[in-house]
Design a protein around this ligand. Structure first.
Ligand SMILES: Nc1ncnc2c1ncn2[C@@H]1O[C@H](COP(=O)(O)OP(=O)(O)OP(=O)(O)O)[C@@H](O)[C@H]1O
Ligand SMILES: O=C(O)c1ccc[n+]([C@@H]2O[C@H](COP(=O)([O-])O)[C@@H](O)[C@H]2O)c1
Length: 377
């Protein structure tokens, strides 16, 4: 009988019934530069936690990459971030990319993005198109939608208008306290009107943070904290660093995202890919890489690798390094030409390529590869 009493309490709790949980659309905003497995996992965690309460039913999740106007350091163009998201989301039947925010030429505060979503969900619900039309729109979600102010498609059933909740990591919640970053009224709108689902992140203490904030305490009923027990601190920053250093990011990103990054030579991958293949280590094994001071790739297809070397007595082998890089690059890509752009006479002497790898410090080579196809054009 006790169980039944408890059940009946649950049934009347806040006017909700077990039979009619509130339908939820989760919205995640971020740079997604690039999208990681943790960004995807956040949605799964949130969905599980909300559904398990019996009060909510998550029907859709949307990922909204920030526009290029956000100008965050190392932010690659929205076109690429959207394509990587699109590739990553192929395996999900309830998560979707929304390109509206990223298509704008100015940065949009998150409160405005949420307000836009709320309006879209409500209007879509009221003027619900026929299922066939909705399905068609859903599959038309391509990068070209960026120019068309794509409207998210929510699969809705029944008559209840879904609520849009903001999904974020605990670090984003804590950024609410950064002076001058978020507007007070925006925080109030986000938490008061929409509500938050916060995924814990290492080094954060969301409960304490909520306790210390008057506005968050006021709306604490609207904040759901989801503890990620499987400790996972993947961040896009760490991914970009690993890529820049030519380190593997497999199992941290979706394979399709890794393929996209390689194909489009994002985050400095072009240089490392070649360097890792061509540079022998001191004991002759392939795989060590020279210290590169700077590696960059431009949208014009040019790749720059700058090597630093220090004065050293003995034989100058840096030209050999240059030669090896040239031939390896040409072997790897027959359409690549290397144009040395620095005077090699100033380069220090070193007898061993592996040593060069470690001692390169002062003198620079700027190896510029230009795709022959571009020469031809
Ligand atoms: N490992 C993680 N655990 C919990 N939340 C995360 C994690 N990684 C990202 N998030 C959340 O994902 C959202 C989108 O974040 P964003 O794209 O800025 O990712 P990021 O990995 O933190 O990026 P960067 O490292 O470039 O700052 C934010 O709400 C952020 O808090
Ligand atoms: O709305 C705001 O005032 C606001 C202030 C700081 C960050 N945001 C959003 O938070 C998201 C994550 O930002 P970041 O810098 O952690 O990548 C991104 O979508 C930003 O638009 C939003």
């Amino acid at each position: 009988m006790k169980v039944i009493n408890n059940m009946s309490k649950m049934l009347v709790w806040k006017g909700c019934t077990m039979a009619s949980p509130t339908k939820i659309v989760l919205l995640g905003c971020g740079s997604y530069n690039p999208v990681t497995n943790m960004h995807l996992r956040m949605f799964e965690l949130a969905k599980d936690a909300l559904n398990k309460t019996g009060r909510y039913q998550v029907i859709s999740g949307f990922m909204s990459p920030v526009s290029d106007a956000y100008k965050k350091k190392d932010l690659v163009p929205a076109k690429h971030r959207c394509e990587m998201l699109r590739a990553a989301l192929k395996g999900s039947d309830w998560l979707k990319l929304d390109t509206w925010e990223s298509s704008l030429t100015t940065w949009t505060p998150t409160a405005k993005v949420l307000r836009h979503y709320k309006e879209q969900v409500e209007s879509q619900y009221v003027h619900k198109p026929s299922p066939s039309k909705r399905r068609k729109k859903l599959h038309n979600n391509t990068v070209s939608d960026i120019a068309q102010n794509h409207i998210p498609n929510i699969e809705v059933e029944g008559e209840q208008v879904p609520c849009v909740k903001f999904l974020c990591g605990a670090d984003l919640l804590e950024s609410f306290a950064q002076p001058g970053l978020w507007l007070e009224e925006d925080i109030e709108y986000i938490v008061g009107v929409h509500g938050l689902v916060v995924i814990t992140r290492s080094g954060s203490d969301p409960l304490k943070f909520i306790y210390e904030s008057d506005v968050l305490t006021k709306y604490k009923e609207n904040i759901i904290i989801v503890t990620e027990w499987i400790y996972n601190d993947i961040s896009s920053t760490k991914i970009r660093r690993a890529l820049r250093r030519g380190e593997s990011v497999k199992y941290l990103l979706q394979d399709s995202v890794i393929d996209y990054i390689r194909e489009h030579q994002l985050y400095g991958t072009s240089d490392n890919k070649y360097i890792n293949h061509m540079m022998p280590s001191p004991n002759g094994e392939a795989g060590s890489s020279p210290e590169t001071e700077e590696q960059s790739s431009s949208s014009s297809g040019e790749i720059s690798v700058i090597l630093r070397s220090s004065p050293h007595n003995g034989y100058d082998s840096s030209h050999l390094t240059l030669h090896r890089m040239t031939t390896t690059l040409e072997k790897l890509s027959p359409v690549t030409k290397l144009l040395p752009t620095h005077n090699s006479s100033k380069v220090s002497c070193i007898s061993d390529l592996g040593m060069l790898v470690r001692r390169v410090k002062n003198v620079r080579y700027n190896l510029r590869t230009t795709l022959a196809r571009q020469h031809l054009n």
